[in-house]
Write a protein that binds this ligand. Structure first.
Ligand code: GLN
Length: 300
């Protein structure tokens, strides 16, 4: 990044820095070039993105230029903006993210929307026990606890680093008292417990192992593979959860899962095979893909 505008001799302002950086990102085929430039510059200047518009003519000092240049270099190496700034917005809430957790995706709001519809509001919600498997950053369970403060929430992950991040996010969003965290693989830690849930929810890894190498470098090189890799056919974890979760649901309880855009038929076959759920309903995300499956445990 140049330090001043050589032609005019004028200083390097916020506006010039943004224009130059967006152009530089374009040349490196970074798609959201202008937004990325804005988020990174706001981070370097310790201000909000929108504040930049009020500061277009402000010159950058040497420290700010050095800091911004470092952030640009990281982005050019394809590090996701959310990891560079350590934060991502989801469900209009702010989440801390580290490379130990997947960056929350807009698609996953479909999972949250459908869960909320099934957790009663007010006093009725106080009888509602919700469990998230594979909590990652905590985006899903924190959004639920935020929308339904009466619900009793539990959340687990195999990664202690992820649980730490999720705990922080619960605290940052004022719902730490509503969520109990524990470590372990899917339902294993609950084997010896009698606790049963009204809603079990998960966005497990569902990408076929062979497809991981074709993902964009931002995902392939930086996000935790363990949170993405769904085994050879992508269905290893979805299958394991469907096979067991009904044993931990109250009668008529719900299992809600995020699935890959092309997994509907195979997920339906697995759910039917378990013989434990009826009905089996799919919900589309905003992109029109079947993204969430809702499985109701057959009443007994
Ligand atoms: N939707 C995510 C992606 O495309 C995958 C999330 C997952 O495997 N649960 O990167």
């Amino acid at each position: 990044m140049p330090t001043d505008d050589r032609a005019s001799g004028s200083p390097w302002t916020v506006l010039k820095a943004l224009q130059w950086t967006a152009e530089y990102f374009n040349r490196h085929h970074i798609e959201s070039s202008r937004i990325d430039a804005e988020i990174l510059l706001a981070h370097a200047l310790h201000c909000q993105r929108l504040d930049l518009y009020l500061r277009h003519d402000q010159p950058l000092n040497e420290n700010e230029r050095v800091k911004f240049r470092g952030l640009i270099q990281r982005r050019i190496r394809r590090e996701p903006v959310a990891y560079i700034v350590g934060a991502k917005e989801f469900w209009s809430l702010r989440f801390r993210v580290t490379p130990a957790v997947l960056i929350p995706r807009p698609d996953t709001e479909c999972l949250v929307e459908n869960a909320i519809k099934n957790i009663p509001q007010g006093n009725a919600g106080q009888e509602c026990d919700v469990l998230e498997l594979g909590v990652g950053s905590g985006a899903v369970i924190v959004a639920l606890a935020h929308e339904r403060p009466g619900a009793r929430c539990w959340a687990s992950d195999t990664s202690w680093a992820a649980i730490q991040v999720a705990r922080d996010n619960a605290r940052l969003n004022g719902v730490a008292g509503n969520i109990r965290f524990f470590a372990g693989r899917w339902l294993d830690p609950l084997r010896s417990r009698s606790q049963r849930f009204d809603l079990v929810i998960s966005n497990p890894p569902y990408i076929p192992s062979g497809d991981i190498g074709q993902l964009p470098p931002e995902i392939r090189l930086f996000e935790p593979t363990g949170a993405l890799d769904g085994g050879e056919d992508g269905l290893t974890h979805l299958g394991a959860i469907m096979a067991e979760a009904h044993g931990y649901l109250k009668p008529n309880g719900l299992l809600l899962l995020e699935i890959g855009f092309d997994q509907r038929d195979r997920v339906q076959a697995l759910a039917r095979q378990s013989g434990a759920y009826r009905p089996i309903i799919f919900h589309k995300d905003h992109g029109g893909h079947d993204r969430v499956v809702m499985l109701r445990k057959k009443g007994i």
